[in-house]
Design a protein around this ligand. Structure first.
Ligand code: MG
Length: 214
């Protein structure tokens, strides 16, 4: 069998490794309800993968002064952490199998998440040791759709961007992967520019990753 030139798979966290995307939604909902700002799952779609401050600006931009915004961002994170504390997290179906397959094939694995809570979440899942590199939102000033988080993950793994495949559930993340020069597998409904789309993480398999033409 011909060896692939693929060297690494970089995973998004929220909505790919585990279902924390739902807790982000519920925490934003709690904050915006309190502030009397209309917010539903429809508006939430555009926040997927986007940083905390950028998310707030998208929904309530210009309505509040700087220090109020800082206070609301802390409040949203407190709600989010409460949801994490009150719910047992587990990896989404298909993730553990893919990680094992990648291990056997000698392909490196990283997480590149816009969340500053990523290290804690991976720790709670008992998955920190599953990855050779972990990049979180505190390590880059620009969040997705900027390619910075993915580029830093590749640098930490000592591989070039062209040797990486990204697994992502957000349009911002697919854009970030494309701008980083990486191939992507989109999870969920149709994601523009994804090289491959899957309805669900349970369909993930190393054969998809290896089918890319490197
Ligand atoms: Mg995500």
């Amino acid at each position: 069998m011909q060896m692939p030139k693929l060297k690494a798979v970089i995973f998004d966290l929220d909505g790919v490794i585990t279902c924390t995307d739902e807790y982000h939604y519920l925490a934003w909902k709690k904050l915006f309800d309190r502030l009397g700002i209309e917010f539903s799952r429809r508006e939430n779609e555009q926040l997927k993968g986007i940083g905390r401050r950028e998310s707030f600006e998208l929904i309530a931009g210009g309505k509040f002064s700087g220090d109020k915004v800082d206070r609301y961002l802390r409040e949203k994170n407190e709600y989010y952490i409460k949801f994490l504390d009150n719910n047992k997290l587990s990896p989404l179906p298909g993730i553990t199998k893919l990680l094992e397959q990648l291990n056997s094939a000698g392909i490196s694995k990283a997480v590149a998440s816009g969340s500053r809570n990523a290290p804690q979440i991976l720790n709670n899942l008992g998955m920190t040791a599953c990855f050779e590199a972990i990049v979180d939102g505190s390590m880059c000033t620009k969040s997705k759709p900027a390619p910075d988080l993915f580029l830093l993950a590749a640098e930490k793994l000592c591989v070039s961007p062209a040797e990486c495949v990204v697994v992502e559930d957000s349009q911002a993340g697919i854009q970030a992967a494309a701008d980083a020069g990486m191939k992507s597998i989109g999870i969920g409904n149709y994601l523009r520019n994804a090289d491959f789309c899957l309805a669900d993480t349970r369909l993930l398999d190393i054969s998809i990753v290896l089918s890319f033409n490197f």
